[in-house]
Design a protein around this ligand. Sequence first.
Ligand code: FAD
Length: 330
Amino acid sequence: MRPFEYLRVADAAAVSSAMVGVPGAKFLAGGSNLVDLMKEDVERPTRLVDIRQLPLRQIQRSRAGLSLGALATNTETANHPLVRENYPLLTQAIVAGASGQLRNMATNGGNLLQRTRCNYFYDTATPCNKREPGSGCGAREGLNKIHAVLGWSEACVATYPGDMANALYALDASVRVRATDGRERLIPVIDFHRLPGDTPQRDNNLEHGDLILAIELPVAAAEFAKHSHYLKVRDRSSYAFAMVSVAAALQLEGGTIRQARVVLGSVAHKPWRSAEAEAALVGQRPSEAIFAKAAQVALTGAKPLAHNGYKVELGQRSVVRALMRAAQLG
Ligand SMILES: Cc1cc2nc3c(=O)[nH]c(=O)nc-3n(C[C@H](O)[C@H](O)[C@H](O)COP(=O)(O)OP(=O)(O)OC[C@H]3O[C@@H](n4cnc5c(N)ncnc54)[C@H](O)[C@@H]3O)c2cc1C
C-alpha cells in the first residue's frame, strides 16, 4: 500500500478545507470498497478524509418523504420500520447485497459510489480506461461474461454492480449533495451515475469534494409498497454480485396497472431503468404475456459481447419473474 495522510473531520467546514486543493483526497465511510481498492493499488488516494463522525446517520421523515442519512449503514436502512413498511423494495435490494458483516459496515453514500467489479479494473497489470484513461479496455475483447450488454462504449464495457441503487432508481429517489463551497443540491438518482462514453473514469456526476448528505425517498413512491419485488440472479445464492437483477414495482387500480417501474441491474454502467418497458405496462391488466412484452422492450438495443449473450434472455426472463412476483401472480 502507498503512504497516505489520514484526517478525521467532525463538521462541514472541516470537510471543505480537507478536500479543497487536494485532488488526491477521498472520503472514507465504511471503507469496505475503498480500502479493498487501495490494497489492490487501484485507488491511490493521497489523503483519506474520515467522515464517520459527521452527523449523517439519521433515517427520518422529511418534507419529501423519508431521508436516509449518507452514513446510516445498509443494515440500519434495510431494517428501519419506515423503510420496511413504505419501501420494501429497498429493504429487499439491500439485503440481497454483500453479507451481513459487510452491510453492517457499508454506508448508504458509499454503497451508491461503489466501483465496478470488472476484473480488468481490479488487475493493474492489464489495460483499463476506467482505472487509467487512455490505456485501453482489456474486457472489450477479453473475458467479458459479467460485463455490459446495454449502454457500453468502445472505451468501457464495465457494469455498475450494486443492488441498493436499482431500487432507488425504481423509487425515484434523489441524492442530497453538499459542494465544498457549502451549496447543497438535489440530484435525481437517475441522473447520478453516468454511461461510460469517452470518460469511463467518471462513474457519476459528483465533483471533487462533493459530500453526499442523504438519499431522499418521495412519499409517492410508497404507493409501490404493495406490489414490488427485487430479484437477483447470481452464481451463488449469497455473497455474490448479480449476473442480472431486476427492481420491479407496480401500482394497480381496479385491476389495471396505473404506474410501473422496471430497472435492470448489472447490465450497464449504471442501473438501467426502462421508460419504454414501463410505458408498455401502463393501462394493461397484469399477465405473463404483458410482462413478457415489456421484458422484450426493456432489453431492446442490447448488444452482447463475446461471453455475455446469456444476459439478454436471462434479463428478459428475470423481468417477467420480478413483475409476476410484484403482481402476486406467481
Ligand atoms: C466481498 C464483497 C461483496 C459485496 N457484495 C455486494 C453486493 O452483492 N451488492 C452490493 O450492492 N454491494 C456489494 N458490495 C459492496 C458494498 O456494499 C460496498 O463496498 C459498500 O456499500 C460501500 O460502502 P462503504 O461505506 O464501505 O464505502 P467506502 O468504501 O468507504 O467508500 C466508497 C466510495 O464512496 C465514497 N464515499 C463514501 N461516502 C461518501 C459520502 N457520504 N459522500 C461522498 N463520497 C462518499 C468514498 O470516497 C469511496 O470513493 C460488496 C462488497 C464486498 C467487499
